[in-house]
Design a protein around this ligand. Structure first.
Ligand SMILES: Cc1ncc(COP(=O)(O)O)c(C=O)c1O
Length: 404
């Protein structure tokens, strides 16, 4: 065996690895750990908002009451007790009646994305998603070499006329699945209207494609009434859930709720991936969602994030040049900002860092890595209202200075 240098490894890795880009922006992010930099970049929930006592109670109960099971391998689909908890969470979130047997527990929704890619995508398959969409979904799917086509959105979510146009090109059965984040989309912050949800499901029947509904943010609504989930409108939808934004991402626990034929095949793929997810984490999750007032805690998250969202929107209004636009989320973590085409927010990132602010440039959320350089995802979830105001003021200055 020869020495495994960068060059020799490059000659040996699978084609799927060669087709994946690494992002230059990551290096800049690594430099962004300075105390004087305000970050609008990450999508991390503020776990300092969690009541320490409740978390400790759940973790201790896992060890004291369920130690033997918690430290042992579990079944590949996950603990039935945890699946019951997820069925309950779905019910309180507007999807009643999901049979816990139709739930497979995953290592976060991220593993669910990978497993669904592994189960369904052949190289060259056409899959559709919002454009821009969640970077982690693009990474998970890209490893299975599909053709990923993005459908633009407006404040009411994915545009159904453009979706239909795309579907017509591929014909019935020509698209394997459509991936959507209908609530407070990442990175767009927009929400798919009820009318469009219904239209999307009609189109899924007419053109015979599967619908993947990824819903990490649905419970983080700051204004207005919840909109019926796709899964509640049509039980054949493949639903991805997670406790990352309602409890703690460090526990790496999510799930897929889907018809049993899907669960069966995904389960087969998961066996090869990790045999089973973390049983210990699942037991903690069970205790947290059954023994602690999690809905009260969630209401506190909502109040805090709502205040931060308002602070960001007010600062954008106050500081951004007139030709810059942004979305107006009613929940979730993100605002999507669009500057004029000639403003390159990738190129401006070093200047932004110099000013003490970092954001995520928009091109990472498109499969070609090129579209969206004049856009950025701004996360309001992690910083205080004062910091958010200062960050937007700095970012506006960077944009203005670039045109001086
Ligand atoms: C839309 C979307 N899907 C999936 C995930 C992954 O979540 P998890 O922490 O459950 O793996 C995220 C995380 O930010 C997300 O925004």
């Amino acid at each position: 065996m020869s020495k495994l240098t960068e060059e020799t490894v490059k000659n040996k890795v699978a084609d799927r690895v060669l087709s994946m880009r690494s992002s230059a922006v990551r290096d800049l992010f690594a430099a962004a750990n300075r105390d004087d930099i305000i970050s609008l970049a990450g999508g991390m929930p503020d776990v300092s908002l969690l009541p320490a006592e409740a978390v400790q109670k759940a973790a201790e109960a896992a060890y004291d009451t369920n130690r033997k099971e918690a430290l042992q391998y579990g079944g590949t689909p996950g603990r039935p007790e945890t699946a019951k908890v997820f069925s309950m969470i779905m019910e309180t979130g507007g999807v009643p009646g999901v049979d816990p047997a139709d739930i497979l527990i995953t290592t976060g929704a991220q593993e669910a994305l990978d497993l669904l890619g592994k189960t369904f995508i052949n190289p060259g398959d056409v899959i559709l998603c919002e454009g821009p969409t969640y970077l982690g979904a693009l990474q998970a799917f890209a490893a299975y070499q599909p053709e990923i086509i993005c459908i633009p959105f407006d404040e009411d979510g994915m545009k159904m006329d453009l979706l239909e146009e795309e579907l017509q090109k591929h014909g019935k059965g020509g698209v394997k699945f459509l991936y959507t984040i209908p609530n407070f989309q990442n990175p767009g912050g927009v929400t798919l209207s009820l009318e469009r949800r219904k239209r999307l499901l009609e189109l899924s029947e007419e053109y015979d494609f599967m619908v993947l509904e990824d819903d990490p943010y649905g419970r983080l609504r700051y204004e207005g009434e919840p909109i019926t989930p796709l899964k509640a409108l049509f039980d054949q939808v493949i639903y991805l859930g997670t406790i990352s934004k309602t409890f703690a991402p460090g526990l790496r626990t999510g799930w897929i709720a889907a018809p049993s034929a899907v669960i069966e095949k995904v389960n087969l793929m998961k066996q090869g991936t990790d045999l089973c997810g973390s049983t210990f984490d699942q037991v903690i999750v069970e205790h947290y969602f059954t023994d602690t007032p999690w809905e009260e805690t969630l209401a506190k998250f909502v109040d805090t994030y709502a205040e931060r969202k308002d602070a960001m929107l007010a600062a954008l209004e106050e500081f951004m040049p007139e030709d810059v636009t942004w979305t107006h989320p009613t929940g979730g973590f993100f605002v999507w900002l669009t500057a004029p085409e000639n403003v390159d927010l990738v190129a401006l990132l070093p200047q932004a860092l110099e000013q003490g602010v970092i954001y995520t440039p928009g091109n990472g959320f498109f499969p070609d890595g090129e579209t969206g350089k004049n856009c950025a995802r701004l996360a309001f979830c992690f910083e205080s209202p004062e910091n958010l105001r200062a960050a937007i003021e700095r970012m506006a200055k960077v944009i203005e200075d670039s045109r001086a």
